[in-house]
Design a protein around this ligand. Structure first.
Ligand SMILES: Cc1cc2nc3c(=O)[nH]c(=O)nc-3n(C[C@H](O)[C@H](O)[C@H](O)COP(=O)(O)OP(=O)(O)OC[C@H]3O[C@@H](n4cnc5c(N)ncnc54)[C@H](O)[C@@H]3O)c2cc1C
Length: 354
């Protein structure tokens, strides 16, 4: 929608009118859950009414983190909801000078959509390279090359000291003393799980709803899925919270199955996390879980050619794989990750041609 190649209508997953009635779901749009009474097994709603439950799945997602010190000037946006998107799109259609704060996936995609419209964009990132949290420093640098080659003014290693403007944002002052003129600013500095409404419930929360391997939270009958859930993934032997679309869809199914099966028969949810991002005609896909300290090795193609597969290893194990424009090959490594392949096994697989 931001790049301008979609129609004006919202791309709903399911028709908000008939789509839910058809599967016998009582949809209550515009209704916020404000609290949870674990003892009485009731969800409290805005306005004071309560909904009793036998089983509850918490799927309240995440919300953009605010950037401390952001003033209430017009032209400063976050991007999560359709309304956020439409407001940013209106600015782009007006030919805005754009600055994006935060070079994670949201910020990088906003910058790419801005360039696709032929507009100038400055992408500001506090860390030395973009996408460190998702792809690590080595491959973040590969993305930096892609962005600058497409005309993004990439400013890494700096932060925003001040927003200037009268009523509407006009300029950003950066920590290195420079400034950036902008009348549309998108802040993309990450999200926080939507757990505020659960805080007094007694449910265990720690950067998300803490769940076991079956997506069960710390109270009977309560499960969580999607961006809000921090669950133990036995395949990787760690607790994780995944902020990606495929996981939200798959974990929703898994949490529902666990709820219906009951604690004794519930099965662990042990996926290989997967996400993609389309930028400048490049299909970026990642499977697994990266950390900044991982060993990273390009095993097919080359970064310079813009088509490659890189493997991520940690403690003798394959933990991730990244592909630029090579979806078929990447899926082989997803298979290796699913059966906990060692680093040596994965490198040998690559050496044999993939
Ligand atoms: C601009 C953008 C681009 C993205 N691109 C990609 C991508 O290319 N690939 C990818 O894998 N992922 C992408 N993502 C991430 C992906 O959209 C999320 O991981 C996914 O939407 C999470 O689904 P969810 O159902 O857990 O949460 P959400 O989609 O956030 O849904 C949670 C819902 O709960 C509602 N809610 C919250 N609190 C309450 C409450 N108290 N009471 C009632 N309702 C409440 C919210 O309004 C929301 O409708 C993108 C996200 C954004 C914002």
């Amino acid at each position: 929608m931001l790049a301008g190649d979609a129609g004006p209508d919202a791309p709903y997953l399911r028709d908000p009118g008939d789509g839910f009635a058809a599967i016998d779901v009582d949809l209550r749009p515009g209704m916020r859950a404000t609290g949870l009474d674990l003892h009485r097994r009731e969800v409290e709603l805005a306005g004071g009414s309560r909904v009793p439950y036998n089983g509850l799945i918490v799927a309240t997602g995440a919300a953009p983190r605010p950037l401390p010190g952001t003033p209430a000037l017009e032209g400063i946006h976050v991007l999560r909801t359709l309304d956020d998107c439409l407001a940013i799109r209106a600015g782009l259609e007006g030919g805005a000078r754009v600055a994006v704060i935060g070079a994670g996936f949201i910020g990088a995609e906003v910058a790419a959509s801005t360039r696709e419209r032929g507009l100038e964009v400055t992408l500001i990132e506090a860390l030395p390279v973009p996408l460190v949290r998702g792809l690590g420093p080595t491959m973040g640098a590969a993305c930096a090359g892609l962005y600058t080659a497409h005309g993004v003014s990439l400013r890494c290693g700096v932060t925003v000291d001040a927003f200037e403007g009268a009523g509407r944002v006009e300029r950003l002052r950066l920590s290195d003393g420079s400034s950036v003129d902008a009348d549309l600013v998108v802040v993309g500095v990450g999200v926080a799980p939507e757990t505020g409404w659960l805080e007094s419930s007694g449910l265990e929360l720690r950067d998300g709803v803490v769940c076991d391997a079956t997506c069960a939270a710390s109270a009977p009958g309560v499960y969580a899925a999607g961006d809000v859930a921090r669950w133990y993934n036995p395949l990787f032997g760690e607790q994780m919270r995944v902020e990606h679309w495929t996981n939200a869809a798959e974990q929703g199914v898994a949490a529902a199955r666990s709820l219906l099966a009951g604690p004794a028969a519930a099965k662990p949810f042990a996926p290989v996390p997967f996400f993609w991002s389309d930028q400048y005609g490049t299909k970026i896909q990642f499977v697994g879980r990266s950390r900044p300290e991982d060993e990273v090795r390009v095993v097919h193609g080359s970064v310079d050619d813009g088509r490659f597969v890189a493997l991520y290893g940690r403690a003798g194990r394959l933990v991730g794989a990244l592909a630029f424009n090579w979806p078929r090959l990447l899926m082989q490594y997803r298979g290796l990750l699913a059966r906990s392949a060692t680093w040596d096994e994965a490198v040998a697989h690559a050496a044999a041609g993939g």
